[in-house]
Ligand binder design. Sequence first.
Ligand code: SF4
Length: 316
Amino acid sequence: MTKPPLTLYLAAPRGFCAGVDRAIKIVEMALDKWGAPVFVRHEIVHNKFVVDGLRAKGAVFVEELDEVPGDRPVIFSAHGVPKSVPATAQARQMIYVDATCPLVSKVHIEAERHHDNGLQIVMIGHAGHPETIGTMGQLPDGEVLLVETPQDVAALAVRDPAKLAFVTQTTLSVDDTAEVVAALKARFPGIVGPHKEDICYATTNRQEAVKAMAPKCEAMLVVGAPNSSNSRRLVEVGARAGCGYAQLVQRASDIDWRALDGISSIGITAGASAPDVLITEVVDAFRDRFDVTVEQVVTAEENVEFKVPRVLRQPA
Ligand code: SF4
């Protein structure tokens, strides 16, 4: 039987970013250095396939530090942790390695600097996301106020409207965030912002690639996890940029083939925590059903790399 033709657009960049790559390397190197089990506080990155792979090698994932025995090493996830977490690990004399992405740490430092200058901080982010919890937890309670939408800005009760700064989560929608920043600047004209924006290069680049790809394709799939903020944003960006059907899939078995019946073009991208092997699996699933012609939609080249912490570069 002849297969129907399909143009498969692949967004570039897509998939792993430098912070995710580094965090996974940290767990692997910790397992090499100290042997199993190595404990990891929270999913090291938001991807079940990655987490299951590390678990099979001897990583144990927990949500809180008190679940970790004092004589085993613990790693903090790429999303960052409140200051109280390393402080507790230190008090318990634990071996710990912080896999917080350097671009998240940069936001932590920025928030602290504003606080030292006497400013109250408004964080634009998603309530309950570990990165938001980690960034808010760099400062005492009440020093960081969280907003998600322009409506939240209207309802904000601040200590002193003349002494404010804002920071953002690194994985937000660039366009939604611009609206919230505009609302903040309209209500608090003196508010201080980041020198260079907090949304990271990987989030920005993946959203730009989706914007370029979405108008070309009848449907779009984002390979990523439901708890991955940057992956979910890619689905929203794709739908807003004109793609009639944009869906998140964790892997090929999630694809709803009935919804894709009769299409002649598909766009594929992946969130920053989705490994290449899952993207290949999804592309191969299309090759099984269609006569596929692949076209890359390239909007940026990435060559960012972050070093792993020194403790892992030294012999045990
Ligand atoms: S998405 Fe951005 S902030 Fe998050 S780990 Fe990757 S590079 Fe770092």
